[in-house]
Design a protein. Structure first.
Length: 291
């Protein structure tokens, strides 16, 4: 990226716009509260990266959406920013690359980030050869996803599977983010058409259950061969499977105060560890009482 300004410049927050299609969520959580407090006392220490919006005096944020949100919450009216002249595709790639280092990334965020980068690389008509490191003409999707994987540590197949998740309807994708549907079954479900996914969602919500990997694979196969009807979905989902035999339900809202940023799986792990610690406490207490 070629920086058109040698030093950060102060830009009014009302002149800054989020990157169109930005795949990473900006959440008002504990981490955001900490960032707001830091900005209130120290200001924005790390400049945002922005690009000019053509024919306006405004800028599109490439890196720093969370810092901008926190600054606005903190009452800051101007933020430091580095201005780069980038086309849409180069900016999209930069948006993804500047955010994938974050510690906590939701599956949906990774999915749309990988798709944004792959689309941008394909649209530009070139990609880096993984063997020689040279820029070569576009060939196939495997080369694009392999390059993305090389930058992030994922295999090209894993990148492709994440991109598949963008075909899920938002409600089912939320199940994935919450840890209620695992990654591999979710990829299989992404092959269902929109109506089939909504029919499946209705059964999931009605019976408070999710398809196993085996069921998801069968749904994919049936969808491709003859299509899925609501009746078939009901029949398959009514089959007994491991995660339906004995379930203890605890609303996640009841433990949010202890693990505010956890998804369903992380909350479950937290509860199990807490139970184990409490069990050990009771044993120690009983042993003391018996002395």
């Amino acid at each position: 990226m070629k920086n058109t300004m040698k030093k950060p410049v102060a830009i009014p927050v009302e002149k800054l716009r989020p990157f169109a299609g930005h795949p990473f969520k900006v959440k008002d959580d504990e981490e955001m509260n900490t960032l707001i407090e830091s900005i209130q006392t120290q200001g924005v220490l790390s400049p945002l990266i922005v690009r000019p919006i053509e024919n306006t005096d405004e800028y599109e944020v490439i890196s720093g959406h969370r810092r901008l949100h926190a600054a606005v919450k903190a009452g800051i009216t101007e933020v430091p920013a580095l201005i780069y002249a980038l086309d849409r595709d180069s900016a999209g790639i930069a948006v993804v690359d500047s955010n994938l280092h974050r510690e906590h990334i939701l599956p949906s965020e990774k999915a749309f980030a990988y798709k944004m980068k792959a689309d941008a690389m394909n649209h530009k008509g070139w990609k880096t050869d993984l063997t020689s490191g040279q820029v070569v003409p576009k060939s196939d999707d495997n080369r694009t996803t392999a390059q993305i994987g090389a930058d992030t540590g994922d295999s090209y197949k894993t990148v492709q599977r994440y991109i598949r998740l963008t075909n899920l309807i938002p409600e089912i994708l939320q199940y994935v983010d919450d840890g209620r549907i695992s990654f591999t079954p979710a990829v299989e479900l992404s092959y269902l058409n929109e109506q089939e996914q909504y029919d499946l969602l209705e059964q999931m919500e009605l019976n408070d259950c999710t398809p196993s990997l085996s069921q998801a694979c069968r749904f994919k196969k049936m969808s491709a061969e003859q299509g899925l009807t609501p009746e078939v979905i009901v029949a398959v989902m009514s089959e007994e499977k491991a995660n339906q035999r004995e379930m203890f339900k605890l609303p996640i809202e009841r433990i949010r105060q202890y693990v505010p940023n956890a998804n369903a799986k992380q909350a479950e792990d937290f509860v199990l560890k807490a139970c184990e610690h409490y069990r050990k406490f009771l044993i120690r207490q009983r042993n003391r009482d018996e002395r």
